[in-house]
Design a protein around this ligand. Structure first.
Ligand code: SF4
Length: 264
């Protein structure tokens, strides 16, 4: 499920790597074979995650780095999804989500926490967790979710929303400083929009947790399918080199961790 992708991937890797008596095939080799089978060049990136795609709203060049560096991870998630539930129709996705909703309800986890109530618990609790982190943890609303892969053109798009209801896909992000809202909001909105487009939901719900103010901002809007399709087309053209990446604000390059020629 959404938040446990890394953990599930690790378990999956351990299981695959511990297969006794068989010649061990690394995930790198499997990825190359898969690309050959699909008749794409080994340098073409075809396993991509929604979160990395939407980093284009921070910097298009950075999106290319992230998609390249993150492809192996995306491929592992793709294999894991394939093994756990295969290609699902929307009806099958909805049935699985309904089951997950019942499971969460039985544990009393399906309702959003009351932020004021959590504030009281945080202040009176003896937990050693950082207060901001604790608040963030309980500010995020609980909805059922599912990791799925969707085929689009030659790509396998890995979607792992923070929540999925009958009406919307939910995305939650922490923002360290309120001045960054202007930059983080478009990323979060486009991510939720792409999820809702893929999971065929009519709306999106986005929450930004402002760490400096301990405040949650909520945004809801209708899904915009043409914007979502436009994001995928832009990704495709950027990856194929048909479109030159737009330069970001200078300050973004100064704090960027990628080894990029744009860094002065
Ligand atoms: S250095 Fe600048 S242009 Fe290059 S990836 Fe980083 S933010 Fe983008």
């Amino acid at each position: 499920m959404g938040g446990d992708v890394g953990l599930e991937n690790k378990k999956y890797e351990r299981r695959v790597n511990s297969t006794k008596g068989k010649k061990e095939v690394s995930f790198e080799e499997r990825l190359l074979k898969e690309k050959a089978m699909r008749k794409v060049s080994k340098d073409d990136v075809i396993f991509v995650s929604v979160s990395n795609i939407c980093s284009m709203f921070w910097c298009q060049r950075q999106m290319i780095f992230k998609l390249k560096n993150g492809e192996l991870q995306a491929y592992k998630s793709y294999l894991l999804n394939k093994e756990s539930h295969g290609n699902l129709t929307i009806k099958e996705i909805n049935n699985l989500l309904e089951k997950e909703k019942k499971r969460l309800k039985s544990k009393g986890l399906c309702q959003p926490m009351d932020i004021e109530m959590m504030g009281t618990l945080i202040l009176t609790g003896e937990d050693k967790l950082d207060r901001g982190c604790f608040r963030e943890m309980f500010s995020k609303e609980n909805y059922p979710t599912l990791d799925c892969s969707f085929k689009w053109k030659r790509y396998e798009i890995l979607a792992s929303p923070d929540g999925i209801t009958d009406q919307f896909c939910y995305e939650f992000k922490s923002v360290s400083n309120q001045r960054l809202i202007h930059y983080i909001k478009p990323i979060a909105i486009s991510q939720a929009n792409l999820y809702s487009y893929l999971f065929q939901r009519q709306a999106i719900r986005v929450q930004l947790y402002l760490e400096d103010l301990h405040k949650v901002l909520t945004f809801e809007e209708k899904t915009n399918p043409s914007t979502a399709a436009g994001v995928l087309i832009t990704m495709d053209r950027l990856l194929k080199g048909e479109l030159a990446p737009s330069p970001p604000k200078d300050w973004k390059c100064r704090i960027c961790r990628f080894d990029c020629e744009m860094k002065k």
